[in-house]
Design a protein around this ligand. Structure first.
Ligand SMILES: C[S@@+](CC[C@H](N)C(=O)[O-])C[C@H]1O[C@@H](n2cnc3c(N)ncnc32)[C@H](O)[C@@H]1O
Length: 315
């Protein structure tokens, strides 16, 4: 049985289905490169003086690849890590993904119904899985007070202005937040095509118009708006910087599984644009085909502008 994230060469012909699990697995190396290293450095410094074990909560956590990153980057050694996501399939796949990763790292895994314990020479981490939609979760009384709250590639999917004050309540006084890969209004492809500007303008507008359960659920300029939203919510800012996704091939080959990542992004854009009356399907079809072909040939460069933030709550 092939794990959902293990597939062969990433040409369109082998891309038989697009799944969120495979996308988030392929996104890992993209984020590894993109995350702002000054902000990561400050996070490391702040955590060095924190008393362990740490209570960490990650919202919109997906597969939990951030755990792997923080362990491999030696930022996290002892703690309790809660992964919250509304997608039950992702949480199921997350267990398998984390167990596979732990084995590759030579870590021991102890599993029970609700948690995974990952342990090794310098690691002792208990991982818990919470299936919940964020707004519903925040609407119920919660005792969790995290030392560190993480949201990676997530806050641009919610209405920050209404969600942020309650979200920060999940952090203990003087605890940290680390909000990363917040989209900020620019998507660029190279080589440029005449339709790029119109298509991206409609795509970004669709993020601004998105709703979930009748509430706004997105903002194509989340990155820049977080400066004001964090200040209004009374959170301090210790570090910020850009975390752009920059994807390009070398000698025609993209790193890791990033060609799948590109095909998946193109497919997402395609499905969204097909829903908009102002987009001419006869213009969209060849544009998408060209972009997929450029991935297959290692020719496409893709950039998305994003921002990272680290700070304290009530500090
Ligand atoms: C772009 S993915 C990022 C996942 C992970 N943080 C990463 O970077 O690999 C966004 C995740 O947020 C989850 N999500 C989106 N809206 C949500 C909501 N309102 N409540 C809880 N989870 C949500 C999705 O299921 C998805 O796993």
């Amino acid at each position: 049985v092939i794990a959902p994230w293990e597939h062969g060469r990433n040409t369109m012909s082998s891309c038989t289905e697009y799944t969120m699990t495979r996308f988030l697995d392929s996104k890992r190396t993209v984020d590894d490169r993109a995350l702002n290293k000054d902000v990561v450095g400050r996070l490391r410094e702040e955590l060095e003086s924190a008393s362990e074990p740490l209570q960490i909560l990650e919202v919109g956590a997906g597969l939990g690849t951030m755990i792997a990153r923080l362990v491999e980057w030696r930022i996290l050694t002892r703690g309790h890590y809660t992964l919250l996501d509304m997608d039950p399939q992702l949480l199921i796949d997350s267990r398998t993904w984390l167990k596979d990763w732990a084995k590759q790292q030579g870590l021991e895994v102890t599993e029970n119904a609700s948690t995974l314990r990952l342990h090794g020479e310098s690691l002792d981490l208990e991982v818990a899985f919470v299936e919940a939609e964020l707004r519903e979760y925040l609407g119920q009384p919660r005792s969790i007070r995290a030392d560190l709250l993480i949201a990676n590639a997530f806050l641009d999917l919610v209405d920050v202005s209404t969600v942020l004050p309650d979200l920060l309540q999940l952090v203990r006084k003087d605890g940290l937040y680390w909000f990363t890969i917040n989209f900020d209004g620019h998507t660029l492809f190279q080589p440029g095509l005449p339709a790029d500007d119109q298509f991206m303008q409609v795509y970004h507008q669709s993020m601004d118009d998105r709703t979930r359960d009748g509430f706004p659920a997105g903002d194509s300029q989340t990155g820049r708006h977080l400066f004001g939203a964090l200040r209004s919510a009374g959170a301090s800012l210790l570090a910020s910087g850009s975390s752009d996704w920059v994807i390009f091939s070398q000698d025609g080959v993209y790193p890791g599984k990033e060609s799948y990542f590109l095909h998946h992004i193109l497919n997402t854009i395609d499905l969204e644009l097909q829903r908009h009356a102002q987009i001419d399907p006869d213009a969209l079809r060849p544009w998408i085909q060209t972009r997929h072909r450029q991935v297959d040939e290692g020719e496409l460069v893709y950039l998305a502008h994003q921002l990272d933030f680290l700070g304290r709550v009530g500090g």
